[in-house]
Design a protein around this ligand. Structure first.
Ligand SMILES: *[C@@H]1O[C@H](CO)[C@@H](O)[C@H](O)[C@H]1NC(C)=O
Ligand SMILES: *[C@@H]1O[C@H](CO)[C@@H](O)[C@H](O)[C@H]1NC(C)=O
Ligand SMILES: *[C@@H]1O[C@H](CO)[C@@H](O)[C@H](O)[C@H]1NC(C)=O
Ligand SMILES: *[C@@H]1O[C@H](CO)[C@@H](O)[C@H](O)[C@H]1NC(C)=O
Ligand SMILES: *[C@@H]1O[C@H](CO)[C@@H](O)[C@H](O)[C@H]1NC(C)=O
Ligand SMILES: *[C@@H]1O[C@H](CO)[C@@H](O)[C@H](O)[C@H]1NC(C)=O
Ligand SMILES: *[C@@H]1O[C@H](CO)[C@@H](O)[C@H](O)[C@H]1NC(C)=O
Ligand SMILES: *[C@@H]1O[C@H](CO)[C@@H](O)[C@H](O)[C@H]1NC(C)=O
Ligand SMILES: *[C@@H]1O[C@H](CO)[C@@H](O)[C@H](O)[C@H]1NC(C)=O
Ligand SMILES: *[C@@H]1O[C@H](CO)[C@@H](O)[C@H](O)[C@H]1NC(C)=O
Length: 656
């Protein structure tokens, strides 16, 4: 039984309407609820990001799985390893309209939990890639100032109907905020050029980003999912990859003519084609001559892909065919799903190598339009995310970014509290943040890491195993056990051997654990946790636990147990473990002061409404021609939420 303190009276009120059993305890004005007492299909009407309702546990595998797994590594000569990967492989994509909730209120008021979350990753991987963008970048306009010192605001002037995404206005201070963050933690940024209107392009961001972010800007997206522009009525039906290439030329010419890129940085750090494999395949873009023509301009090739969408839930309105998360749970607990999702890109990652371009998964997550309750926000997603990230690394992607929306989505790696609760609540750390921590350690900071999905004879798709190499030598092994079996019958043992080498006396192992794949909150990575909903200031709680597993010198094997469910990262050498501490200075930012009075600044309610990485937010749901009027209002609490910020004394930088 997980008994989590629930310090939000607001949330309790929301839970009161639930059909299911809710056990409520009252103690010293603090309220506690036993979240596991909620039935799997209990009704909860609060913001998705804090939904406590779990799914039912998945069934056990129908047939017996191989529980003693021979992991036969070779000290050299391994075939099929990925290209060399960086520690920063796994980053985040933050919907532009919620940056003031996630990054900070302005350039001098930075979200301390965000800094801590980035510092944790920097310590392990050296640096972090963050993209600021998404649907809302497409109509984002740089304005000199906004009312009440805001850094962004939705401009509803002239917006009619519900299918039109209102333009987002932002000030240069958003860029100063990003630049200031980079001064404290080693975060490098991606942004995107608004691409809906090309005659002329709005070049405001191009000039300002170059000037303010400088080398902290890794790249600038040339269009976001252009293969969905026709569907969204932003282009005529004939719009093709060739036309997109034409716009790319126009953009370069306009940038040059306007003189907004004096260093030439933008024109050599563009990212394309950023398609969603919706109307175009990557090959159709490659075959249009795009990469050769713009070889000097493209710093990265990129795509965006989610395994499926939950748009009917987010926008469908009455009569929509909403996917029952329980019915797709199994698709998040198998290695095969990742292989299927990525198979269409293997030709393109090979092509990218040929052309000397890194290939990114620019925006992804468990499901577009906010993800799925009980999947995106449970231990399921943590395991899914590790396997997915490792599979992308194996498949020769050079990086991937998990998307972050507002309070109304399930899939956030981290979420700030609702603003009216920011004085007594902290952040909610989601399963995909644990994925990012584990992935940072799996890769390490050498920038020289290669990944191989080990094809072990007879291995279950529910227990994938990866070898991780540096300079051709195995240094770490990653083992996922997706099976949810409290009996222990499906715990596995990885029996590691190294041909041409000698096993060490013992190996060090870090585990990721939670009671069940359906567990929300309180996941642990090497014994440390960020707690449940509203419990984190971005620093891991508890003492790090690294398990020492002795090896068998006679048999030359190291046998590492992995619980069902669970994840293990095995460090084959002490150097492989020590490496993780070399990623950079370990600093944390203490929250020494909290807001005592309510912040008065507010985000327009509409900003939240499009804040979800709603890839299909303005597009008619499959099978219907129009999103029903008012569907948005039905699903999304359109409240003006003031900014949930924790002020902090940034000068307090304590060495860990
Ligand atoms: C969280 O998990 C840890 C380790 O599994 C356990 O010791 C602790 O009691 C849990 N806490 C809560 C509030 O469930
Ligand atoms: C915060 O605002 C939400 C939405 O209006 C409301 O449901 C909740 O009760 C509020 N919380 C507090 C503590 O006032
Ligand atoms: C709730 O879930 C149970 C089984 O998990 C199912 O039998 C029941 O029909 C569900 N109720 C609703 C209202 O969906
Ligand atoms: C940033 O926000 C804080 C808190 O509202 C405010 O005190 C400060 O003046 C703002 N700074 C700027 C440069 O607007
Ligand atoms: C952040 O940016 C502002 C520019 O608005 C600058 O004045 C300030 O010194 C920067 N640094 C910090 C730590 O706030
Ligand atoms: C809001 O949009 C309207 C119509 O496009 C425009 O005229 C106006 O300048 C915009 N306001 C701001 C503050 O950018
Ligand atoms: C791989 O991509 C290249 C370049 O676009 C294309 O010519 C080739 O047909 C593709 N191969 C497959 C198997 O799709
Ligand atoms: C839901 O599915 C049914 C059966 O496939 C179909 O007839 C109906 O049009 C769908 N509804 C919507 C809103 O797509
Ligand atoms: C990744 O690239 C390497 C080096 O080119 C190659 O040997 C390997 O087969 C590729 N992996 C996949 C899954 O395509
Ligand atoms: C790894 O790559 C990052 C980003 O390109 C760079 O900042 C860092 O110095 C590199 N680390 C090493 C050890 O080369």
């Amino acid at each position: 039984m997980v008994c989590r303190p629930l310090r939000s009276l607001g949330l309790l009120a929301l839970l009161a309407g639930a059909h299911a059993d809710v056990t409520v305890y009252h103690a010293n004005q603090a309220a506690f609820t036993t979240t596991t007492a909620l039935a799997p299909n209990a009704t909860y009407t609060g913001p998705a990001a804090y939904n406590p309702v779990p799914l039912a546990r998945p069934p056990l595998p129908a047939s017996g799985v191989m529980t003693t797994i021979p992991v036969q590594l070779q000290n050299s000569g391994t075939v099929g390893m990925s290209i060399k990967q960086k520690g920063s492989f796994l980053g985040f994509s933050i919907e532009m309209s919620v940056t003031n909730q996630v990054l900070g209120k302005n350039s001098t008021f930075i979200q301390v939990p965000f800094l801590n979350l980035m510092a944790n990753l920097q310590q392990r991987a050296g640096s972090v890639m963050v993209r600021v963008g998404g649907n809302t970048q497409e109509s984002a306009t740089l304005v000199p100032t906004l009312d009440k010192g805001r850094i962004l605001e939705k401009n509803l002037t002239g917006v009619t109907g519900t299918t039109q995404t209102p333009p987002l206005d932002f000030t240069p201070d958003l860029l100063y905020l990003m630049r200031n963050i980079s001064g404290m933690v080693n975060v490098h940024w991606f942004m995107g050029v608004p691409w809906f209107v090309t005659t002329p392009f709005d070049l405001g961001l191009v000039g300002a980003a170059d000037k303010i972010l400088g080398d902290f800007l890794l790249g600038m997206q040339a269009g976001n999912e252009p293969d969905m522009y026709v569907l969204h009525s932003h282009r005529p039906a004939t719009y093709s990859p060739f036309d997109y290439g034409g716009e790319f030329s126009d953009f370069l010419a306009q940038v040059e003519a306007a003189g907004v890129d004096p260093t030439g940085r933008t024109r050599r750090s563009l990212i394309g084609p950023n398609i969603a494999n919706f109307a175009w395949t990557p090959e159709q873009v490659w075959d249009s001559g795009y990469v050769d023509k713009f070889a000097a301009n493209l710093a990265y090739l990129a795509v965006e892909k989610y395994p499926r969408d939950n748009c009917a839930f987010a926008f469908g309105g009455p009569g929509a065919n909403v996917t029952d998360p329980q019915s797709v749970q199994g698709l998040y607990l198998t290695h095969d799903a990742h292989k299927e999702l990525l198979a269409p890109y293997l030709n393109s990652t090979a092509y990218a190598q040929l052309k000397g371009k890194p290939f990114l998964m620019f925006e992804t997550n468990t499901g577009s339009c906010g993800g799925f309750n009980g999947i995106s926000d449970s231990f399921t997603a943590a395991l899914w995310g590790i396997d997915y990230a490792l599979q992308m690394a194996h498949s020769n992607f050079s990086g991937a970014m998990f998307h972050i929306g507002g309070q109304n989505v399930f899939y956030n790696p981290f979420t700030s509290p609702p603003t009216n609760e920011s004085t007594f609540h902290q952040w909610t750390i989601g399963p995909l943040y644990y994925t990012a921590l584990a992935m940072a350690e799996a890769m390490g900071p050498s920038n020289n890491t290669q990944v191989l999905d080990l094809q072990i004879q007879g291995l279950s798709a529910q227990t994938p195993v990866y070898g991780i190499y540096e300079n051709g030598t195995p240094v770490r092994v990653a083992i996922v056990n997706y099976i949810d079996d409290p009996s222990g019958a499906n715990d596995v043992k990885a029996v590691i051997s190294i041909a041409g080498g000698t096993v060490p006396a013992s190996v060090k192992v870090k585990y990721m654990a939670a009671e069940s794949v359906v567990t929300k909150g309180n996941i642990t990575w090497a014994g440390q946790t960020f707690g449940g909903h509203f419990e984190s200031d971005g620093r891991p709680m508890g003492t790090e636990q690294i398990v020492d597993v002795p090896c068998d010198a006679g048999a030359q094997t190291c046998t590492v147990p992995v619980r069902a469910p669970g994840f293990a990262l095995v460090f084959l050498t002490d150097a492989a473990l020590a490496e993780e501490k070399q990623g950079g200075p370990s600093k944390t930012f203490a929250t020494t002061a909290q807001t005592k009075t309510r912040n008065t600044a507010t985000v327009e309610s509409g900003v939240l409404a499009t804040s979800n990485g709603y890839r299909m937010s303005e597009h008619e749901l499959a099978g219907t021609s129009k999103r029903p009027n008012g569907a948005l209002a039905l699903r999304l609490p359109l409240v003006a939420v003031s900014l949930g910020l924790v002020t902090a004394v940034l000068a307090v930088v304590a060495a860990m």
